[in-house]
Every structure is written in C-alpha cells, then in structure tokens.
Design a binder for this molecule. Structure first.
Ligand SMILES: Nc1ncnc2c1ncn2[C@@H]1O[C@H](COP(=O)(O)OP(=O)(O)OP(=O)(O)O)[C@@H](O)[C@H]1O
Ligand SMILES: [Mg+2]
Length: 261
C-alpha cells in the first residue's frame, strides 16, 4: 500500500543541542510502532551516518552525489541500517562545498525537493538531520519538508536564536514552500535536579505554548554511549531514561498526528 510520506527537518543553527541524537533515536522509537523511515544526513560532519553505524567505506555514495548530479537515481544512495525499518542516505565532508557549488544554479533551493519526489510514498517519515547553520543546505531541507522539529537544549541561552529560526521558516513559507509547518519544539538534555533547567522549560512553554512537546528528553549518558557504538539507544539499553523518553516522544507525535487528521 502506498504511504503518505511526511518529511521532517530537524533544525537549530546552534551546535550540540541534540539534533543528531534526535534524528537517530526518534525514528528508532517510531520503528517500534511499525513506521518505515528514511534518514538523510544533511550535515558535512556526517555524525548521523556514523551514529547509526554506517562505516566509512559505505560513505561513498552520499547525499552530495545525488544533489550535484541530476541523473543519479536517489535509490542508488539509500543504504540499510541495523534497524530493519530505517534506511539512510549518508553524508561526509564532500557536502561542505554545496553552498558554494550551487551559487549559480537556477532553482538551487529545490534540489533536494526534486530528488525526494522520487521516493514519495515509500516511507512513513523522512527525517533530515540539518547542520548547525542557516545555510543553503538548510534552506534546501526546509524547501523539501512538510514540517520542522526544533530541539532546544535546556540551558540559559536556549531561546536565543529561536527567533532567527522562526524568521527563516516564515521566509521559506512565503517564498519557497507555503506548506511548511512546525512539527514541534523539543526540550533536550533536561536535568530535573537543576532549578534553572525547570525555569527554562517553563519559560519556553510560556513563549511557545502547544507546539512544545510535553515529553522532554533527559540528560542521559547512555545516549552518547549508544551513538559512539553506532547504535540507536533502544538497541543499546532499552530501559534507560533516554530510551524511555524517545519512546514516549514517538507516542506523543503519533497521537498528535491522529488528532490533526
Ligand atoms: N539527552 C542527552 N543526554 C546526554 N547527552 C546528549 C543528549 N543529547 C545529545 N547528547 C550528546 O551531546 C552531544 C551533542 O548532541 P548532538 O550531536 O545530537 O547535537 P547536534 O545538535 O546534532 O550537534 P551539531 O550541531 O554539531 O550537529 C553529543 O555528544 C551527544 O551524544
Ligand atoms: Mg548534528
């Protein structure tokens, strides 16, 4: 049966806020609900690729190859992962020159969008793990997406920068992709013993209301450990607080989807 594929970009121009960790572990949790996913590593750092166990030899046919050659079939660069329901298009540092190389290309903002049309209906979700910048790469991701998920780290400067992200989203909506919506804001690296953390959560909820997920992701070392072994956390320690939080987040996301329909 043909599926309706929802494309979600995971963005925040701030570094180290949990974009890649969420790009691995939210889909891994959704796979437990029988959803089929494609992950796209859209960051020259290639952290998503290594974090889900794609080794370097396998990193030859990457997202860069299909973005820069109109004739290459997207299916040729899709790889399997150790999670049966999750496939990936990897990235490596080749992608770093994308912004410069496409400067003079007409409709450069639509390069990813055009390629993703070829896989429409094959997956329930496509997740795009963006780089920590608001570059042409990120614009391509937003132009190709139905929605954005914004991870925010529970720290003092959490809200700094969100206004910029929202401005970019509005501009993409007005000029390139009128269908773009906000999937949700996700608070990450939450420490319940830290009073400041609690205040930040309250502050973010006060500012953004219902688009903030009820579920927060706790600070949990198992999440880092799992990535360093190239595994989603549910395959590394299924009972740790990180695994449970991403499972509950998946549940919340699916419940919201039903509610919206
Ligand atoms: N909830 C968490 N608890 C503990 N460590 C975490 C958590 N989330 C992420 N980390 C760790 O924090 C670091 C940054 O996380 P991650 O790579 O997911 O962020 P990012 O936003 O993708 O970074 P970048 O902007 O560089 O792409 C990583 O070492 C990761 O393992
Ligand atoms: Mg990352």
């Amino acid at each position: 049966m043909k599926k309706i594929t929802k494309i979600i970009s995971i963005i925040n121009q701030k570094g180290g806020v949990g974009k890649t960790t969420t790009s691995i572990n939210l889909p891994a949790a959704l796979s437990m609900f029988n959803k089929k996913m494609l992950l796209i590593d859209f960051d020259p750092q290639g952290n998503l690729s290594t974090g889900i166990g794609v080794n370097e030899q396998d990193q030859e046919n990457t997202i860069y190859s299909i973005l820069t050659s109109a004739n290459e079939d997207i299916n040729n660069v899709i790889k399997k992962t150790l999670v049966p329901n999750i496939e990936i298009i990897a990235a490596n540092q080749d992608l770093a020159v994308f912004d410069i190389e496409v400067v003079n290309i007409k409709d450069k903002e639509y390069l990813l969008h055009t390629k993703l049309k070829e896989i429409q209906g094959k997956y329930d979700y496509v997740f795009i793990d963006c780089a920590p910048s608001l570059s042409q790469l990120t614009i391509n991701a937003l132009t190709a997406s139905d929605a954005v998920l914004i991870p925010l780290q529970c720290e003092f400067f959490a809200l700094e920068g969100v206004a910029n992200i929202l401005k970019i989203i509005d501009s993409v909506k007005a000029n390139l992709n009128p269908n773009l919506s906000i999937e949700g804001i996700l608070l990450t690296m939450y420490d319940r013993r830290n009073r400041l953390c609690k205040e930040i959560v309250e502050d973010v909820r006060k500012n953004f209301g219902a688009i903030v997920y009820d579920q927060v992701i706790p600070r949990n070392i198992k999440l880092s450990e799992a990535s360093s072994y190239g595994k989603p956390v549910i395959l590394y320690d299924s009972n740790c607080s990180g695994s449970i939080a991403y499972m509950l987040l998946a549940q919340e996301m699916l419940a919201k989807q039903v509610y919206i329909q």
